[in-house]
Design a protein around this ligand. Structure first.
Ligand SMILES: Cc1cc2nc3c(=O)[nH]c(=O)nc-3n(C[C@H](O)[C@H](O)[C@H](O)COP(=O)(O)OP(=O)(O)OC[C@H]3O[C@@H](n4cnc5c(N)ncnc54)[C@H](O)[C@@H]3O)c2cc1C
Length: 574
């Protein structure tokens, strides 16, 4: 494997999967990591509770209020489905002139995750009457439902209870500094200016927030901008749904109350385009039948990222490809970049591709809170181990052969595997299982450890000597780390590769601040909108901190819904 790891990918994955608390094929996890910057993995049972009853599913899968003309499709089953690069979706759109509609709606929303649900509610709120969500999976929620549901915002009452003086302008400045000049300032301004309203919107649907915390240090961002902004959601008391399950459940209840129609197991396969009107509908599988659904006002693409599509990752995000090959991804399997491909089929431009929501899952407990350092193949440290997770993963990816290890000594190992195992919920108490599986390397001396890892032994010795000297004086002058400043001096010594718990890809369809999908030249494609992580341009080289993705689903979902509802119906629509 060109960008492989010394521990084979399959071995890392299986080693981890037996440590998961829950069924590896449909994981349910408890939070076990740092309290500095949490990734909330849905509590056991949350996802189950958030599911719809089977009766409800049947009801929703049945043909909608406006279903008619079924089976009269001009192209029928003969239409091409899929392409070599991006299987599952058409690689070209269908001309409206060749289509007979099976159904007609005001607004068709592609994807029933966080952004899709918000866009549907917003479209109804702004006057659209017939709003349909087409969801590829067997339930609503997407990755949002398994996420922490945490959202960044400045100036909310929840935040004000903890810190004063924070503003959308400061929030914007933090995002701009983290983006290192490569994100769209207008989109970031839109996000930050509407963040407080996004939190209010969620509260109006029945959500509350039970805590607010901050992002871990990022070297390119001024320390005074790093204040608590990440809001932790809850549906109510301790027994209520928490995290993304809570976030999605209030949206689902509101969508049902507002009369939003939903077809489950209804993947959208292509867009229908009219020369004059723009995007006028979609081709989708509805009840197992390929159907054409007209969207009188427009279509919103809310299909999430291309998280799990390795062909797209290879084209657009080598870091995402590497994280999937060497780590694990917790996004829903449906998120294959379909919306991005649908956009491309009608000429959409792309923006913000490349970073990841990468989280160094296997090693959180060691370097950051307990001790140890991260080194590369040259035996050198390369970042502040207590820094922001996605910033660190970008820098791991930037090392030779994308390799880095957390190195620690026996005094750290003595803390025990339960605390050391990071997000995976602990290793065996004396690490023997992980040493036997090859996940953890152990050697009596640093020199032997370096030899086992094919690492520069002389440099590792210099790095550790210099680290020990610095922490003896209580500081890390190289990277400014402040936590767990402990020397590495008691053999045996240990090393574990830093691999990713991947929470999604970054980048997608180019949009403007009205969430209109833009072509390569920056012109809007009429009647086509995008929201959430199907869109791109608001994230720089790495994900800038928990709460950004969910913020994009609520802010851009609301805008997309409002904008599409404000369109005049296409001429001659049924
Ligand atoms: C474990 C975990 C924890 C996380 N925690 C946080 C957090 O606390 N805060 C935060 O900001 N971010 C978090 N993230 C990231 C964040 O959850 C996602 O990036 C975000 O929720 C994506 O929202 P979305 O609406 O764009 O996509 P999704 O919510 O994934 O929805 C996309 C939907 O589109 C559907 N779909 C796909 N293709 C088609 C098609 N062709 N036709 C019809 N439907 C289709 C999918 O089935 C899915 O339901 C986390 C991610 C993970 C994995």
């Amino acid at each position: 494997m060109a960008c492989g790891h010394s521990v084979p990918a399959r071995r890392v994955a299986s080693t981890h999967s037996h440590l998961l608390k829950g069924n590896a094929s449909e994981p349910s996890f408890e939070w076990v990591g740092t309290d500095l910057e949490q990734v909330f993995l849905a509590r056991p049972g949350c996802r189950r509770e958030a599911r719809m009853s089977s009766e409800k599913k049947d009801e929703m899968k049945s043909v909608g209020r406006r279903g008619f003309l079924r089976g009269a499709s001009a192209l029928g089953a003969g239409a091409a489905i899929g392409s070599a690069l991006l299987p599952g979706c058409d690689d070209s759109s269908t001309p409206a002139s060749q289509v007979e509609w099976d159904e007609a709606w005001d607004v068709v929303i592609v994807g029933g995750g966080g952004a899709g649900l918000v866009a549907a509610l917003s479209a109804i709120e702004h006057g659209a009457e017939d709003v349909l969500i087409l969801e590829k999976g067997s339930e609503l929620g997407g990755t949002t439902a398994v996420s922490g549901g945490q959202i960044q915002a400045a100036g909310t009452s929840f935040q004000s209870a903890m810190v004063s003086g924070d503003t959308p302008e400061r929030h914007l400045e933090y995002y701009l500094q983290a983006a290192e000049g490569v994100a769209d300032e207008d989109l970031l301004r839109t996000l930050t200016e509407n963040a407080q309203a996004a939190v209010d919107f969620m509260v109006s649907k029945g959500l509350t927030y039970v805590g607010v915390y901050g992002v871990s240090p990022i070297p390119t961002v001024d320390a005074d901008l790093m204040v608590p902004r990440i809001h932790i959601p809850s549906a109510g008391g301790e027994d209520a749904l928490q995290g993304g399950a809570a976030h999605v459940s209030v949206l689902k209840d509101a969508a049902e109350a507002d009369g939003v129609e939903t077809y489950l197991e209804a993947p959208v396969l292509g867009l229908v385009k009219d020369e004059n009107e723009g995007v006028v509908g979609v081709k989708a599988m509805v009840g197992g039948v390929e159907s054409f659904l007209q969207a009188r006002l427009g279509v919103v693409l809310a299909t999430g990222g291309f998280d799990r599509n390795q062909a797209m990752n290879k084209e657009f995000s080598p870091q995402q490809m590497w994280e999937l090959e060497t780590g694990v991804c917790y996004c829903v399997p449906e998120n294959q970049g379909d919306g991005i491909k649908l956009g491309i089929s009608v000429g959409a431009g792309l923006s913000g591709l490349g970073g990841t929501i990468g989280y160094p899952g296997a090693t959180m407990g060691t370097a950051e809170e307990i001790g140890g350092i991260w080194v590369n193949r040259q035996g050198q440290r390369f970042c502040n181990e207590e820094g922001h997770y996605a910033y660190k993963m970008l820098h791991v990816f930037g090392q030779e052969r994308h390799q880095a290890w957390a190195v620690f000594d026996q005094s750290v190992a003595d803390v025990g595997g339960e605390a050391l195992g990071g997000i995976f919920g602990g290793w065996s108490a004396d690490l023997s299982a992980e040493i036997a599986s090859g996940l953890i390397s152990r050697a009596e001396t640093l020199e032997d450890l370096a030899a086992a890892l094919d690492m520069n032994a002389a440099q590792l010795a210099r790095t550790v000597a210099s680290w020990n000297e610095d922490v003896g004086e209580g500081a890390d002058p190289l990277f400014g780390r402040t936590l767990a400043l402990r020397p590495l001096e008691t053999g045996p010594f240990y090393a574990v590769p830093v691999t990713s718990v991947n929470l999604g890809s970054c980048g997608g369809l180019k949009i403007d601040t009205s969430c209109r999908v833009l072509d390569m030249e920056g012109a809007a494609i009429p009647r086509l909108y995008a929201a959430g992580m199907a869109a791109g341009g608001f994230i720089g080289p790495y994900y800038p901190g928990s709460g950004t993705a969910v913020l994009s689903t609520v802010v851009f979902g609301r805008i997309a819904g409002e904008q599409v509802a404000g369109m005049l119906p296409q001429e001659g629509s049924v």
